[in-house]
Write a protein that binds this ligand. Structure first.
Ligand code: CO8
Length: 256
C-alpha cells in the first residue's frame, strides 16, 4: 500500500510530501496521523532545522476527505473530536514552510496556514469552499484566514466559497512568495536551507514571537518578544552570531 506521506531528509531540511495524488491529497485520518506521529521525533531533533510540506503539482491538498466525513453524525464528530490532532501539527516548533502548487482548498488551505509561511507556485489556487458542502472551515480556517488577510477577504472567501489565485493571495498577505511552478521546490528548499542554517533556538523563538502577534494583544506580544530576545543572550549562537558579524566572518551556529 502507498504510504500516506513521504519523508525525505536533506541535511537539516526535512521534506514531507502528501501522497494521495489521485484523491488530490484529500486529508484523511491516515495522512493526519502519519504527519503528527512521524514528524514529532523530527520536530524535537536538533539536527532538523526546517520542514517543507508539499503536495503534487495539481494539488497541495483539496481539503479534508469528504468521503470519510460524509456520513458522520454530530455525535460522531464531537465524540471523536474529529481532526483535533491537527493542532499537534500546528504546534510543532521547528519552522515549517508550505510549498503550494495547484489546489489548496478547505483543510488544504488550513493546513498550509498552519505552516509558518506559504510559498506558492503561480498555479496555486486557495479557497475555503466548505460553505458549498453545508459546513464551515473546521481546521482553524475561519480564525487563521481572518488574521492573515483581514475580515473583508476572509468573509468573501468563506461566504462565497470562491478561489483566490496566487497573485491575489500574495497581495492580501496569505502567501510570502509567488514563484514560477518549475522553480517552487528549488526556491523553497533554498529558503529552508537558509533557515536551517541558523541556530534552532533562535528560529524556534522567532516563529513563536511572530505567532504571538497573531494570537494575543499587542502589549502582551511586545513583552513576550522582548523577554525571548533577552533570553537568547544566554545562548552560544547569540555570542557566535554577533562575534562573527564584528569579525567579518561567517558564523558557526551550534543550535545551543
Ligand atoms: N475529499 C475526498 N475526495 C476528494 C476531495 C476531497 N476533499 N477532493 C478531490 N477528491 C477526489 C475526487 O472525488 C476524485 O475521486 P475519484 O477519482 O474517485 O472520482 C479525485 O479526487 C479527483 O478529483 P476531481 O476529478 O474532482 O479532480 P479535478 O482536478 O477535476 O478537481 C478539485 C479538483 C477542484 C480540487 C475538486 O476535486 C474539488 O472541488 N474537490 C473538493 C474541494 C472541497 O470542497 N474541499 C473542502 C473539503 S471540506 C474541508 O476541507 C473541511 C475541513 C475541516 C474539517 C475538519 C472537521 C473538524
Amino acid at each position: 500500500m502507498e504510504k500516506p506521506i513521504i519523508i525525505e531528509q536533506q541535511d537539516r531540511v526535512v521534506v514531507v510530501t502528501l501522497n494521495r495524488p489521485a484523491a488530490r491529497n484529500a486529508l484523511n485520518s491516515e495522512i493526519m496521523n502519519a504527519l503528527v506521529t512521524d514528524l514529532a521525533p523530527l520536530d524535537r531533533d536538533p539536527g532538523v532545522g526546517c520542514f517543507v510540506l508539499k503536495g503534487s503539482d495539481k494539488a497541495f491538498a483539496a481539503g479534508a476527505d469528504i468521503k470519510e466525513m460524509a456520513d458522520k453524525s454530530f455525535a460522531n464528530m464531537f465524540g471523536e473530536d474529529f481532526f483535533a490532532a491537527w493542532d499537534r501539527f500546528a504546534s510543532f516548533r521547528t519552522p515549517k514552510i508550505a510549498a503550494v502548487s495547484g489546489y489548496a482548498l478547505g483543510g488544504g488551505c488550513e493546513l498550509a496556514m498552519m505552516c509558518d509561511m506559504i510559498f506558492a507556485a503561480d498555479t496555486a489556487m486557495f479557497g475555503q469552499p466548505e460553505i458549498k458542502l453545508g459546513v464551515i472551515p473546521g481546521m482553524g480556517g475561519s480564525q487563521r484566514l481572518t488574521k492573515l488577510v483581514g475580515k473583508a477577504k476572509a468573509m468573501d472567501m468563506i461566504l462565497t466559497g470562491r478561489m483566490m489565485d496566487a497573485t491575489e493571495a500574495e497581495r492580501c498577505g496569505l502567501v510570502a512568495r509567488v514563484l514560477p511552478a518549475d522553480k517552487l521546490i528549488d526556491e523553497t528548499l533554498a529558503a529552508a536551507r537558509t533557515i536551517a542554517g541558523y541556530g534552532k533556538a533562535a528560529t524556534m523563538a522567532a516563529r513563536e514571537a511572530v505567532d504571538r502577534a497573531l494570537e494575543g494583544g499587542l502589549r502582551e506580544g511586545i513583552l513576550f518578544e522582548r523577554r525571548i530576545f533577552h533570553a537568547l543572550f544566554a545562548t552560544h549562537d547569540q555570542k557566535e552570531g554577533m562575534a562573527a558579524f564584528i569579525e567579518k566572518r561567517p558564523p558557526q551556529f551550534q543550535g545551543k
